[in-house]
Design a protein around this ligand. Structure first.
Ligand code: SME
Length: 160
């Protein structure tokens, strides 16, 4: 595992993860296969996460997709939670302390900070990628840039 939070080499770490992801998706473009692999990859390669996975856009509602972590809420409307805000605004939500976020949905009481990246391909909202951590302030601006880069690789190499 690359501990990006303490290595002080975050960008190099994400560069390596990007290369690994390119290779993981080189010969496989199926959506469910790649989404499942991506959630397992993030959960195991990034330090200090308690949940990593997808909520998918189904007629303007988010429905749980492939993930790693505890059982989670199945459906989230666009006007609820961090995931809903990322879907509605199509902007990454980086939340230092989820308890300060109005409307945060506590699927796992262990979660204290969260990063949600909207997944948009050819102008269409596919869903969101949601990462949760038990540590307040786990996700830095550098993490956001690195994870957005990984999400872009997933979108480019996956049929969706
Ligand atoms: N906390 C999220 C809900 C999803 S779980 O964290 C897996 C939210 O507020 O949207």
């Amino acid at each position: 595992m690359i501990d990006l939070s303490t290595s002080g080499q975050g960008q190099e770490g994400y560069g390596l993860l990007a290369a690994q992801l390119e290779s993981l998706f080189a010969d496989e473009h199926d959506f469910i296969a790649n989404a499942a692999q991506f959630s397992a990859f993030l959960f195991n390669q990034l330090a200090d996460l308690n949940w990593a996975g997808f909520y998918l856009n189904r007629n303007e509602e988010l429905v749980l997709g492939p993930f790693q972590g505890q059982v989670a809420c199945t459906r989230i409307s666009f006007d609820r939670g961090v995931c809903g805000k990322a879907a509605y605004t199509r902007e990454t939500q980086r939340v230092v302390d989820v308890h300060e976020f109005p409307g945060h949905i506590a699927c796992d009481s262990a979660s204290n900070s969260e990063l949600v990246v909207p997944l948009v391909k050819a102008g269409r909202l596919i869903g969101v990628l949601d990462l949760d951590s038990p540590t307040i302030g786990r996700f830095t601006a550098q993490d956001q840039a690195g994870i957005e880069q990984l999400a872009a690789i997933f979108l480019r190499l996956t049929d969706c």
